[in-house]
Write a protein that binds this ligand. Structure first.
Ligand code: G6P
Length: 476
């Protein structure tokens, strides 16, 4: 008898392939999802289906990759350059991403993007079905790149157990309805048994879209879809708290912290870490930092903004423009306010090792998160977990990040107000250590308790409960 397997499906696999000097490198992803689900998908023949971030050059190479990944229970879905352009850069990141992040004017409603999105979702479906999926398995589809997949799978077998989690926000129905293929997308998601979001508002927006676009009336946070009831619920994602806590105490990280402290002497470090993205409010943050140096000149040479921007989606036009504008603003601020002994912004457009990241979290006096719209934002939770030793440091958090709902003991700001961000930084710089510790302690308790394994457990418990209810109902 076949045992129950967990099938995780996401656009990216938790391993990324790169070729260096003719050799294939299999690089494990540091992402929250990969660590959180790591123990699940490796158990009992469970699998993870996704794109390995690489286009094989020959069929032999493709075969070799398949075999190597299979040893880790990973099933690759290979995408051509054209598919990446139209499905990933196009439909996912030039339509769904801007729409979900309220940038309607950035959306490019290109028909060929839609054709590729359908085709690639079907490709993911075929790759999953090739694993001989049965009703015993539990399938968990992740994120906006795969909105059609739940229904594609459902069509194959009405009794499958399918969950979907959206890591990015869901927009108000008036914005979602601008997408020419909105009905198909909603129906695609409704193939799942449980559709989950980070926040209450995201779930409500989705239910409103079901009502106002598909004319399906929600009842108790669920929608009836022919013979099935689809549940729409809230599961705020956590992080691997222990990993960040342990790292922050390690000798290796502590020596990097010391190096940072020597480099910046007694200056306060304001930390900013994001993927390159217009949803993160990076330009607003820079404008606020300049405003701070103008309004409070006594702070010059006493603070430093350490800004790390991780390269992302650099073939998409809006990302290129943003990068140029960041370069321009950083250059301007450093040139105008800097001196022989002080550079106001340390800026890197790069990725860092987890040890360097951890050292930055430990060393930073302030972590500045100014997202204009963000599903959850895990950086702020990583900062908190890295502070469990000294329990000091101040988190300035955008009220538009999902995490704001969970972390009341932070300084919350409206990132559209440059003055609001400026005053928050000023307040944080002068916050007494005792108050910092009181606030940080309560944040630590929350992030520790609602960690990633708690999130995974809650999601699967609920999915199983829904399936049990469905079965009981069917047998009545
Ligand atoms: C967000 C999305 C993920 C995505 C990640 C990185 O967190 O929710 O689905 O994988 O950004 O973006 P990328 O386009 O590089 O996969």
């Amino acid at each position: 008898m076949q045992t129950k397997r967990t099938i995780i499906i996401s656009n990216r696999l938790p391993i990324r392939i790169e070729k260096q000097d003719g050799k294939l490198l299999f690089i494990p992803s540091e992402g929250g999802l990969a660590t959180g689900l790591g123990s699940y998908y490796k158990k009992g023949g469970s699998i993870w289906v996704g794109w390995p971030g690489y286009i094989p050059e020959t069929t032999e190479e493709e075969q070799l990759i398949r075999e190597e990944l299979a040893r880790h229970n990973l099933i690759p879905v290979f995408l051509s350059a054209q598919e990446l352009e139209d499905y990933y850069e196009g439909f996912s990141n030039e339509i769904l991403w801007p729409i979900c992040h309220y940038r309607l004017s950035y959306a490019v409603f290109d028909k060929s993007y839609w054709a590729a999105y359908q085709q690639v979702n079907q490709k993911f479906c075929d790759a999953t079905l090739a694993q001989h999926i049965t009703e015993k398995d539990e399938i968990w589809v992740h994120d906006y790149q795969l909105m059609l997949l739940p229904q594609l799978l459902r069509q194959q077998n009405n009794y499958l157990t399918i969950g979907y989690f959206q890591h990015i926000p869901f927009p108000a129905d008036e914005i979602f309805r601008c997408i020419p293929w909105r009905n198909e997308l909603l129906k695609g998601l409704l193939g799942a048994d449980l559709i989950a979001f980070h926040t209450y508002h995201d779930a409500q927006h989705f239910l409103n879209s079901c009502l106002n676009i598909l004319h399906l009336s929600p009842k108790n946070n669920s929608v009836r879809c022919r013979d099935r009831r689809v549940h729409v619920e809230v599961f705020p994602m956590g992080i691997d708290f222990e990993k960040f806590e342990q790292l922050s105490k390690s000798a290796d990280v502590l020596s990097r912290v010391q190096a940072l402290q020597e480099q910046y002497q007694n200056r306060k470090i304001i930390l900013s870490i994001d993927r390159l993205d217009y949803s993160k409010g990076i330009l607003e943050r820079l404008a606020a930092y300049e405003n701070l140096l103008q309004t409070y000149p006594e702070l010059r040479n006493r603070v430093v903004l350490y800004m790390l921007v991780v390269p992302s989606r650099d073939n998409v036009a809006q990302y290129k423009l943003l990068r140029d504008e960041i370069d321009r603003m950083v250059g301007h601020i450093n040139a105008v306010y800097g001196s022989d002994e002080w550079i106001p912004i340390t800026y890197f457009y790069n990725s860092l090792s987890i040890e360097d990241l951890s050292a930055l979290y430990v060393a930073a006096d302030i972590c500045l998160v100014t997202s204009l719209r963000d599903g959850m934002n895990l950086v702020c939770k990583e900062y908190i977990a890295s502070k469990s030793q000294q329990q000091d440091g101040v988190l300035i958090l955008s009220e538009f990040a999902g995490a704001a709902k969970e972390l009341p003991e932070t300084i919350q700001i409206n990132p559209y107000s440059i003055d609001d961000i400026t005053e928050a930084i000023h307040l944080a710089l002068y916050m007494p250590r005792r108050e910092q510790q009181q606030r940080m302690k309560s944040n630590i308790t929350l992030v520790k308790k609602f960690n990633i394994s708690h999130w995974v457990k809650l999601f699967f418990n609920r999915l199983h409960e829904i399936k049990r209810e469905q079965k009981a109902h069917a047998s009545r």
